[in-house]
Ligand binder design. Structure first.
Ligand code: NAG
Ligand code: NAG
Ligand code: NAG
Ligand code: NAG
Ligand code: NAG
Ligand code: NAG
Ligand code: NAG
Length: 765
């Protein structure tokens, strides 16, 4: 019944979030370009920091009881029973009582164990630290300013944003032309000191339950303003970052309202805070939740507060959209948003890229990946290597330009070559004119505080050879420029990859959306480059991460909702997945494990024809089918659900999901079946025929091949059998099936793979 997991998770759903995490070190960069030992040490430092917050525990009591109930006094008396102290007031941090039942309290391990054994307690677990992980992007998706809109309905849509707060005075959140909040809104504006809501930004809450988030909902990091404005910000003309990405910044649903729930501070986001935000957002009456936060690695649903909060949200008709995570380069199974009731979003590129050229003394020009407006005005300056200009650091540290390694008098008027991306900060602090650094995030450009070119490893190597080959090497760094990239969309190298480690038979991520170098609102008190000494301040900035992709998909979900206010979360999610544009396999070698069903397609998403629906009972059957016992299922549902044998005997791959995925054994030929049910939401009297894309290695049989619907909301089932020859370990095959009535194309990827999931001791049939 209880889970006293001591593992601490670091959430890293957004590249910038990771960069921020320790304030000084660029964790993502480190973990990519340092030898693994160093990355490991870095991780340990991070974990130690996280443990410092483990004294806050969450006691989860499940659904709210019916009838008269006084949660705070019930919670206090429960706490009283386990604490030695006479007064519990200082220990009870928060009661959750609006959408589900529970509380957060300061406890020792022993007290937590005692509490866990009390009647009515579903589970007790420590509050973990989660992390944060123009605009051209909408136009790139074919969703231009003239797209058809249902403005009156749109202004009744409320987008709940769980993040770092917002900058309330940003033009993206101004309320010109907005009427009073929709009647259904039950939330409030408790933004704290000097924080005023308006008819656009209708709600604000912040939670200081363990992780310090400051004394108001005001966003001092930039992340929350960015995600909120991407999902539902106003149209703001002439927005740009120092002239880059100039255009109209806009959200997916500019007429919708925003409710901001601040759960993150500079040290991260706590699960106690996240759960409080879900409790409020659900009761406040938001229509959907966007959360660009997640655990650093996949965890069981009953240990993941976002999965639990999102389950309750789904039960109340609210879809949760979550970032897939930014662990892409760490290999397969890195996607950390894994629950089937959540829409999980991967990040991909748009056709606009930023590059930064460096011209060497020998005339050779290389393209780097960084964003800055500085120029050398046509002059080349002396180029030196970190180890040549150090006073007292060893070769490796000096080569990387670690903090304090460069001697100011030796770098003045020069460009410094540093073996580490973060070396540019030391080069700048020491007074150099510019720097050249390597990056392993090819095609992803970061804002840098001074002239810096971030080169792909081979190019970096060639600069080093040039430097070593000549007496007086020189180079010039040019102002960054914008180029068109016809290879887009490509899944970003940082975007977390499938398959799903927790349930290998549910494909994750679900969808891909723009998440590379996105321009959106920022906090005018935050450094745009995350460099504390960068004193520039901007209203709009360019950032990358699955954090940025997530609100694009949330904006699309809200847009779908404006046309179909009565659709269930699963129907909206299905509409987005089955209308997604297939992505180019040659540019995206990880295929469905990178992009899920494909690239989000807002214009088509409002008219999917058929949807794959799932209701609470389906989720419960699904949880039983993956081997969870009744206790674990109840930890998620919070009710008295049980797992009869019939549920346990169901197959996870038969869960009515808009994509079809099966783990198959290595080295054996296989035949797997899937069962699906579609609901007609297109037109009455329509006939759909199935078409399967060819893949010589997979035989796919669909029965029946024709589905005829007399009426709307009518349901029809079909079965799919997929047969193939033996696969090697760690491999996958994919194809897709499309149901078409001549107007609608309802597409589902079919994936078979040999990656094993978390071993719960349940054998896969
Ligand atoms: C805007 O999008 C619609 C639908 O995708 C398209 O038909 C139209 O041509 C686009 N307009 C412009 C100006 O790009
Ligand atoms: C409120 O915040 C705004 C934005 O930071 C600031 O300009 C203003 O001076 C603040 N007002 C007060 C009374 O603190
Ligand atoms: C946008 O900027 C251009 C020139 O930079 C200017 O002519 C135009 O008036 C501006 N538009 C708005 C709405 O500020
Ligand atoms: C290039 O010109 C700009 C504008 O005049 C000036 O601010 C900058 O310092 C110059 N750059 C260098 C490296 O001299
Ligand atoms: C970078 O983008 C180019 C297209 O502009 C593409 O050909 C190349 O494969 C990309 N590289 C990576 C590592 O994504
Ligand atoms: C579960 O709870 C509901 C209402 O609280 C009750 O009607 C039902 O009988 C319970 N089911 C089981 C299996 O205990
Ligand atoms: C699909 O398969 C199941 C189990 O084998 C069977 O009961 C059902 O009738 C089949 N449905 C269709 C539409 O063929």
């Amino acid at each position: 019944m209880k889970s006293l997991s001591n593992s601490i998770e670091a959430l890293n759903c957004d590249v910038k979030g990771i960069l921020l995490f320790l304030g000084i070190s660029l964790i993502l960069m480190l973990s990519m370009s340092l030898p693994s030992g160093a990355a490991e040490e870095d991780r340990k430092a991070r974990q130690n920091l996280l443990y410092a917050f483990a004294e806050v525990f969450i006691a989860y009591l499940g659904s709210l009881p019916e009838g008269e109930y006084f949660p705070s006094s019930h919670h206090s008396s429960m706490l009283q029973a386990v604490l030695k102290q006479s007064s519990v007031a200082n220990y009870l941090i928060r009661s959750y009582s609006r959408s589900f039942n529970g509380f957060a309290a300061k406890l020792t391990n022993e007290e937590a164990n005692k509490l866990a054994s009390m009647k009515g307690v579903v589970s007790v677990f420590p509050s973990k630290v989660y992390h944060l992980q123009t605009t051209r992007s909408w136009d790139f998706m074919g969703f231009n300013k003239t797209a058809k809109r249902n403005r009156a309905v749109e202004s009744n849509v409320i987008v709940g944003v769980i993040d770092t707060g917002v900058w309330p005075e940003s033009e993206s959140f101004g309320d010109e032309g907005f009427g009073p909040p929709p009647k259904k809104w039950k939330g409030s504006c408790k933004g704290g000191q000097n924080f005023t809501c308006n008819n656009k930004l209708i709600g604000a809450q912040f939670y200081n339950l363990g992780i310090p988030v400051g004394d108001s909902v005001r966003d001092i990091i930039g992340h929350g303003s960015h995600t909120a404005s991407t999902a539902a910000g106003n149209n703001v003309e002439n927005a740009s970052f120092f002239g880059f990405a100039k255009g109209t910044a806009r959200g997916g649903v500019p007429s919708a309202r925003i409710a901001a729930y601040k759960v993150c501070g500079e040290l991260g986001c706590g699960s106690a805070e996240i759960l409080a935000a879900f409790d409020d957002a659900i009761a406040d009456g938001v229509d959907l939740i966007t959360i660009s936060i997640g655990p650093g690695f996949p965890s069981e649903f009953y240990e993941d507060t976002i999965a639990i909060g999102a389950f309750h949200a789904a039960e109340k008709g609210i879809l949760t959209v979550q970032a897939a995570g930014n662990s892409g380069t760490s290999g397969p199974q890195s996607v950390s948003s894994v629950a089937p009731w959540i829409l999980t979003v991967a990040a991909s590129s748009t056709d606009r890229r930023f590059i930064d050229k460096v011209v060497l003394g020998n005339g050779k020009t290389l393209n780097g990946f960084s964003i800055h407006p500085f120029s050398f005005n046509g002059t080349k300056f002396p180029l030196v290597y970190g180890i040549e200009v150090t006073s007292d650091c060893d070769e490796i540290s000096a080569g990387m330009c670690q903090i304090g390694c460069l001697k100011s008098s030796l770098v003045k008027g020069k460009l410094v070559l540093c073996d580490e991306f973060s070396g540019h900060e030391e080069a700048r602090d020491a007074g150099a004119l510019g720097s050249i650094v390597p990056t392993s995030l090819v095609n992803v450009s970061f804002v840098v505080p001074f002239p810096t070119s971030a080169l792909e490893n081979d190019d970096y190597g060639s600069v080093k050879s040039y430097l070593n080959s000549i007496e007086q090497p020189k180079a010039e760094i040019l102002k960054s420029e914008t180029i068109k990239d016809s290879a887009a969309p490509m899944v970003a190298p940082f975007s977390s990859r499938g398959p799903n480690f927790i349930v290998p038979d549910i494909l994750k991520p679900d969808i891909s959306a723009p998440g590379v170098d996105i321009l959106a609102a920022y906090s005018p008190v935050a450094s745009p480059s995350d460099t504390p000494t960068d004193e520039r301040r901007v209203k709009y900035s360019l950032i990358s991460g699955t954090s940025m992709a997530c609100p694009h998909a949330a904006g699309v979900a809200a847009y779908v909702k404006t046309f179909h206010p009565d659709w269930s979360p699963s129907a909206i999610k299905s509409a987005i997945m089955t209308t997604a544009l297939p992505m180019d396999r040659s540019n995206n070698p990880d295929r469905e494990f990178g992009y899920g069903s494909g690239h989000v397609n807002p214009v088509e998403a409002i008219n999917p024809g058929l949807v794959y629906e799932a209701v609470k009972g389906d989720y419960i059957r699904f949880l039983c089918s993956i081997g969870y016992d009744e206790g674990k299922v109840r930890q998620i549902t919070g009710d008295n659900s049980s797992c009869p044998e019939t549920f346990k005997n169901m197959l996870p791959r038969d869960f009515n999901y808009p994509s079809l995925t099966a783990e198959v054994p290595t080295g054996k030929s296989f035949t797997v079946g899937f069962h699906r049910t579609v609901t007609n939401v297109g037109v009455a009297g329509s006939t759909y025929k199935v078409k399967v894309s060819s893949n010589s290695k997979l035989r796919v049989k669909v029965i029946p091949e024709v589905l005829s619907f007399k009426s709307l909301k009518e349901k029809k089932s079909y079965n799919v059998t997929v047969t193939g020859k033996a696969l090697d370990g760690s491999s996958m095959l994919s194809t897709s099936l499309v149901w078409s009535d001549g107007t609608h194309s309802v597409r589902s990827p079919i994936v078979v793979h040999t990656f094993e999931g978390f071993d719960r001791g349940v054998s896969i049939p």
